[in-house]
Design a binder for this molecule. Structure first.
Ligand SMILES: NC(=O)c1ccc[n+]([C@@H]2O[C@H](COP(=O)([O-])OP(=O)(O)OC[C@H]3O[C@@H](n4cnc5c(N)ncnc54)[C@H](O)[C@@H]3O)[C@@H](O)[C@H]2O)c1
Length: 399
């Protein structure tokens, strides 16, 4: 590690799944990348004192607190990293920006468009005094995804005609799986749509450089009541046939939609938690006038590319092993062919964020980019309710 002048003291709220992934990335980022600032993992926040104390020790944080307001207002913190469910993103981010802290907020940015607009406006105001805000769409930082974007930007695919994106999981196929926060609209905003659909909306808009302008959607909730879990108080409970308490699932289990892109292409999206056997299957295929490209998260070190400008007799999908030093992010890691994994996307996310904050530049995806995703989520929900083609609301209308 080289000597750095700037220290960025990070405070992270939430220490479970994303908290662990972010901690791993904060621990690693300065050891892999040469950056203009050094991260100090100052404070982690959770509501249960013994648990957050244990998490601080295990994940490598210097201290802990049980009150996120203390963390946000602390003079010892420069960056607030939000790893909580969507119902608290807005409140924490607004308080952090008002206190002059840089903010990294997990996706989806908020639970509603109104909240996302408020957060985007607050980030724009804070930016005037040098405060930076970014949303955590980490899949942008998979090197093969960044390469896919480069190929599109370099014109290697020509005009984009088709985008085909799926994100498939199966963790709630069992109707006895309990009513966790991800199945409650007031906590999560939406179901598969906002949780994993948001990723493929961001990823495809990022890779193609084109925005979704309108959608026609179907959503479904296959299992409408589920067993309550400890701590899910405030939910309307009732006893099922076996005498155990159940509660209403208030989000979608699956969302499928077709869309138009502002560059003239057609896109299809599928996000589901009911794809039996599919654990975390994110796949995107793009077909253009000069070529096609395919990304599959289960083979994240690879990109399939077809160059349709080659003689027909020589054409075919080629497998690019995305591990060369001149591929995005990879010069800092291992020799060619020595592959990387899921967690590296978070280290790359922290790399880009730290560099932007330390150099006073704007990180991406910005809150405005994340608002754009939120507008698409909202259009999908409205389209499914109305069973009708629905335009995506313009981002600038009310900000
Ligand atoms: N980028 C990705 O790939 C990815 C993957 C999973 C989740 N996420 C997003 O990350 C966020 C968190 O999801 P998760 O899977 O880590 O959830 P989780 O349930 O594993 O963890 C949530 C954490 O937030 C804490 N928390 C909740 N309310 C709090 C409050 N008021 N004050 C302090 N702590 C609070 C919980 O105690 C827990 O530690 C969500 O927005 C989710 O959509 C992103």
């Amino acid at each position: 590690m080289s000597t750095h002048d700037k220290i960025l003291r990070v405070g992270m709220v939430g220490y479970a799944f994303m908290g662990a992934a972010h901690s791993q990335a904060w621990r690693t980022v300065n050891r892999v990348f040469d950056l203009p600032a050094r991260v100090r993992m100052a404070l982690v926040c959770g509501r249960d004192e013994p648990k957050v104390a244990e998490a601080a020790d295990r994940l490598g944080w210097d201290g802990y607190t049980t009150d996120w307001r203390r963390l946000v207002e602390s003079d010892e913190i420069d960056v607030v990293d939000i790893c909580t469910p969507g119902d608290s993103h807005g409140e924490i981010a607004l308080a952090a920006l008002a206190a002059g802290k840089h903010v990294l907020c997990e996706k989806p940015l908020a639970n509603t468009v109104a909240e996302a607009r408020e957060m985007t406006a607050a980030a724009a105001r804070a930016r005037e005094s040098g405060v930076r805000a970014m949303c955590g769409f980490n899949y942008r930082r998979v090197p093969a995804v960044a390469l896919m974007r480069q190929l599109v930007a370099d014109g290697r695919l020509g005009e984009i005609r088709h985008v085909r994106a799926v994100y498939l999981q199966d963790w709630i196929v069992d109707p006895q799986f309990p009513l966790v926060w991800r199945l409650q609209k007031d906590r999560a905003g939406s179901g598969a749509l906002g949780d994993i659909g948001a990723h493929i909306i961001d990823l495809t808009q990022y890779v193609t450089g084109q925005l979704v302008t309108g959608v026609s959607a179907l959503t479904e909730t296959f299992v409408r009541r589920r067993p309550l879990v400890a701590g899910s108080s405030g939910l309307a409970a009732r006893a099922d046939g076996n005498g155990s308490a159940t509660g209403q699932v208030t989000v979608d289990d699956a969302a499928v939609f077709v869309a138009r892109l502002d560059g003239g292409g057609l896109a299809t999206y599928e996000a589901t938690r009911f794809a039996t056997g599919r654990k975390n299957a994110l796949r995107v295929e793009i077909n253009g006038s000069r070529g096609s490209v395919v990304f599959d998260l289960e083979r994240l070190n690879e990109l399939e590319f077809l160059d349709a400008t080659r003689p027909a007799a020589e054409q075919g999908f080629s497998r690019i092993l995305v591990t060369e030093a001149d591929h995005p992010y990879l010069s800092a890691w291992w020799p060619p062919g020595h592959i990387i994994g899921y967690e590296h996307s978070f280290t790359h996310q922290m790399r880009d964020f730290v560099e932007a904050v330390a150099t006073g530049t704007d990180p991406a995806p910005s809150f405005a980019d994340a608002l754009q995703v939120q507008l698409v989520l909202d259009a999908v929900t409205r389209s499914a309710e109305r069973a009708a083609w629905t335009e995506v609301e313009p981002a600038l209308a009310k900000v």
